[in-house]
Design a protein around this ligand. Structure first.
Ligand SMILES: [Zn+2]
Length: 132
């Protein structure tokens, strides 16, 4: 979460240890070194991301998506996010029907988060339920 106006965005990948279960559990969320991070945009090194995927695959973890932060109360994907998600969804199409895409905003889950899936064509926003 970006708590301060001078905070920079953070970014990472989402992994699961079972791609075939009826409920996919995110077993690990990693951090990537942000490149050109600023208040409202972030990019990462695709080589580092690929290396991380290969390392975690050795532990039986499959990458199913990306997460990053937005300095917003109710985050929505930007145009850059749309392109990023579509590119990664396209790369993963042989194993994933959709790329998980999470944006952590300035408020707690569920209202302060965006959770969706990109199927190459568009985002499908998840309906989030509070556990309370
Ligand atoms: Zn974004």
């Amino acid at each position: 979460m970006q708590r301060w106006s001078r905070s920079k965005e953070s970014v990472g990948q989402l992994f699961t240890n079972d791609l075939t279960a009826s409920t996919i559990v995110i077993s690990r969320a990693t951090l990537l070194k942000a490149r050109h991070a600023s208040w409202s945009s972030v990019t990462f090194d695709p080589v580092e991301a690929m290396r991380q995927r290969q390392d975690l695959l050795q532990q039986g973890l499959y990458c199913i998506g990306l997460w990053h932060t937005h300095p917003e109360v109710a985050p929505v994907p930007s145009g850059t996010d749309e392109k990023l998600a579509a590119d990664h969804a396209r790369e993963a199409i042989s194993v994933l029907n959709g790329l998980a895409f999470v944006i952590v905003g300035n408020r707690p889950f569920p209202n302060g988060w965006y959770v969706g899936f990109h199927d190459i064509v568009r985002f499908h926003k998840a309906n989030l339920l509070s556990s309370r």
